[in-house]
Design a protein around this ligand. Structure first.
Ligand code: ME8
Length: 529
C-alpha cells in the first residue's frame, strides 16, 4: 500500500540556501544532517516529506569569489553546486528538492513576489549609507563592529562604506504585526535564547532595509528598474518557495505554495536568525503569503573556540571525515555530542572515542554477541517466544515499552542528543542484562525457555534501538535490521508504510521464528589518528 500526497499529512523543512563561495564545510553539513534526521523521522511517522536545500549563487560575495579564481560566476556556481549535491549524497541525505538561485524559474518567482510587495506600497527609493560586510552580505551597525571596522563574524574581513541609491522595504511598517506574531506563536523562534535575542532586537525599533544594489550585475534585475539588482538575501529567501515547484510546473507563487506550503521548519544557524525571524516573516506578510511554523537557529561548530567558517579559513572538510569514518559516524557524532541549539567544539579524539564507545562497543557488540548465541543455542531463528511470556517487569521490556514515546518527544523537540542518550541507555542495559542473565550458563543448566526469553528480550531491544536511531544512522540501522532477518531499508522513501513508527517503535515487534542473518560487525572500531 502506498499513500499519495493528498491522503496524508505533509511535512516540509529547509536548510539554508548555502553560498557557493567555497566548497561545503562541516558547518553546512551540520545543518543539513540535522534537517535530514528530522525529515527521516517524519517519514517514519508516515508523513509525505519535502526536504529542501540548495545554493545561493548571486550577489557581490559570489561575483568576487568567482573573479578571484578566474571564473565566470555561473561557471563557478555550477562547479560548487555540484560539490554540495555530491556531499549530500555521501552523507546519506535524502534531498527532495535542491534549488539553485540561478534556476530561471526562480527569477520568475522573485519578480512576481517583488511586484506584489511593490503594489502593496512597501517598496520605495532612498539613499543607503552604511558599513557593508560582503561576507555576510549585510549592512552592519557601527557599534557592532570590531576595532578597525572588522566584522565580528569574519574578523579577517573589513566592512566597506556604501553611499548609494537603493530600493527599501518598509520593514518598520510590520513592527507591531511581528511583535504580535512572537506573542501569539511563542514557538515561532526556537530555542528560547534565540527568541529572546529577536525580541530584544525588534523592541529597539525596526528600520527599513535596502533590497536592491547598484553597480552589481550578478543577480536578478529589479523589474521596474534594471539598473538595480535585487538584494541577494531578498532573492535567496524566496528560493525556499521556488524549491516547492514540481519539475514541469509553471513558476508562479500560487503553484509553488499549493502543496507543501507553509513550511514546518526553517532550520538555520544562529548567524542568519534576523533574516529568517524578522525580515522573512515581514516580507511574507507584505506579500500576503502564510508564515512558516517555526524557525530553529542552532549553534556554531567551533574549532579552538572560533566559528568554523569558509571566510575565516579554519574549515574541517566533511568529505575527508566521511572518507575516513563513514557517513553514519559523522552524523552520529555531531548530533549526539552537541546539544542542538548550543555551540560545540570539534575534537577528533573525542569523535573517535564516542563512536567506539556507543556504536562499536555498546550497540555493535550487543548485537554481535547475542546473534552468535542465538545461532549457537536457538538454531539461527528468533526464539519462539510470545512477548506476553516475558514478565512486564523484565528490565528490557519495561524500558523498551517506554522508549518509543520518549524518543519521539525528543525528535519532535529536535533534542537529538537526548534521543541518542535514551536509546543508548537501553543498549547499555542490554549489555548488562546479558552479563547478569548469563545465557551460556542457562544453556548449561538446560533452562531453554528462560534462555530463549533472555535472548528474545535482548534481540528485540537491539532492534528497537536500531529503529529509533535510524533517522541518525540509517546505514547501521539497515545492517542491524538485515541481520535480524528484515528486508527493510531505511533509505526507502516509503519507509513510513514499510515500517511505520506506530508499530516499529513499540517493544515486541520481532517476529518469533524469523530467520536471522549471519553476525557481522555493524561498526568497525576506529583508530585515533
Ligand atoms: O548564510 N557551525 O549561506 P552560508 C554551524 N546563503 N553551522 C554553520 C557554521 C558553523 N560553524 N557555518 C555555517 C548563507 N553553518 C546564506 C543563506 S538562506 C535563504 C541564505 C551553517 O553558506 C548554518 O546553518 O554562509 C548557517 O546558518 C549556514 O551554514 C550559513 O551558510
Amino acid at each position: 500500500m502506498s499513500f499519495s500526497v493528498t491522503d496524508q499529512e505533509t511535512f516540509s523543512i529547509t536548510t539554508p540556501i548555502y553560498y557557493v563561495n567555497d566548497v561545503p564545510h562541516i558547518g553546512s553539513a551540520y545543518t543539513t544532517i540535522a534537517a535530514d534526521v528530522i525529515a527521516r523521522y517524519q517519514r517514519l511517522q508516515g508523513k509525505s516529506v519535502r526536504m529542501v536545500t540548495g545554493t545561493d549563487e548571486h550577489g557581490q560575495k559570489i561575483q568576487r569569489t568567482a573573479e578571484a579564481v578566474g571564473r565566470l560566476p555561473q561557471e563557478h556556481s555550477d562547479l560548487i553546486a555540484k560539490e554540495f549535491a555530491t556531499l549530500w549524497q555521501r552523507l546519506s541525505i535524502q534531498v527532495d528538492s535542491f534549488i539553485r538561485t540561478t534556476d530561471p524559474r526562480h527569477e520568475a518567482i522573485v519578480k512576481e513576489f517583488f511586484q506584489r510587495v511593490w503594489e502593496k506600497g512597501d517598496i520605495y527609493s532612498g539613499q543607503q549609507q552604511g558599513w557593508y560586510c560582503v561576507a555576510c552580505e549585510e549592512f552592519k551597525e557601527e557599534r557592532d563592529l570590531l576595532e578597525g571596522h572588522h566584522c565580528p563574524l569574519h574578523p579577517n574581513k573589513k566592512v566597506e562604506w556604501r553611499d548609494e541609491q537603493n530600493y527599501f522595504f518598509r520593514l518598520s511598517k510590520y513592527q507591531s504585526q511581528l511583535e504580535q506574531l512572537y506573542q501569539t506563536h511563542p514557538d515561532f523562534i526556537q530555542p528560547e535564547s534565540r527568541r529572546n535575542e529577536v525580541l530584544s532586537f525588534v523592541s529597539q525599533g525596526l528600520q527599513d532595509f535596502s533590497i536592491s544594489r547598484v553597480n552589481l550585475d550578478w543577480g536578478i534585475p529589479v523589474p521596474a528598474n534594471p539598473n538595480h539588482t535585487i538584494y541577494v538575501w531578498f532573492d535567496a529567501l524566496l528560493a525556499y518557495i521556488t524549491a516547492l515547484l514540481e519539475p514541469n510546473q509553471e513558476p508562479t507563487l500560487a503553484n509553488a505554495t499549493a502543496k507543501w506550503y507553509p513550511f514546518n521548519i526553517h532550520l538555520i544557524g544562529k548567524d542568519i536568525l534576523r533574516f529568517h525571524a524578522v525580515y522573512w516573516p515581514a516580507m511574507l506578510m507584505s506579500a500576503e503569503i502564510p508564515l512558516p511554523d517555526r524557525v530553529f537557529g542552532h549553534g556554531f561548530l567551533t574549532k579552538d573556540g572560533q566559528k568554523i567558517s569558509k571566510t575565516v579559513g579554519n574549515v574541517i572538510d566533511p568529505v575527508d571525515l566521511v572518507d575516513r569514518y563513514s557517513a553514519d559516524a559523522v552524523r552520529y557524532y555531531f548530533l549526539k555530542e552537541i546539544e542542538f541549539g548550543r555551540d560545540g567544539d570539534f575534537n577528533e579524539t573525542r569523535f573517535v572515542n564516542i563512536l567506539n564507545a556507543d556504536l562499536a562497543n555498546d550497540l555493535g557488540n550487543l548485537l554481535n554477541r547475542t546473534l552468535k548465541m542465538v545461532h549457537k543455542y536457538c538454531g539461527g531463528h528468533v526464539p519462539a517466544i510470545e512477548v506476553t511470556q516475558i514478565p512486564p517487569d523484565d528490565v528490557l521490556r519495561s524500558k523498551g515499552e517506554e522508549l518509543g514515546k520518549q524518543v519521539a518527544a525528543a525528535y519532535e523537540e529536535l533534542a537529538f542528543s537526548q534521543a541518542c542518550e535514551a536509546v543508548m541507555a537501553l543498549v547499555r542495559a542490554g549489555n548488562k542484562y546479558v552479563d547478569e542473565q548469563a545465557p551460556w550458563s542457562l544453556f548449561k543448566q538446560g533452562k531453554q525457555t528462560e534462555l530463549e526469553q533472555v535472548l528474545y528480550s535482548v534481540l528485540e531491544s537491539v532492534r528497537l534501538a536500531a529503529y529509533l536511531l535510524s533517522p541518525i544512522i540509517p546505514d547501521i540501522s539497515h545492517a542491524v535490521y538485515r541481520q535480524l532477518g528484515f528486508s527493510i531499508s531505511f533509505n526507502d522513501p516509503n519507509i513510513g508504510t514499510e515500517a511505520p513508527f506506530s508499530s516499529h517503535a513499540k517493544w515486541g515487534v520481532l517476529p518469533a521464528t524469523q530467520a536471522l542473518g549471519e553476525p557481522e560487525p555493524v561498526f568497525q572500531r576506529l583508530e585515533i589518528p
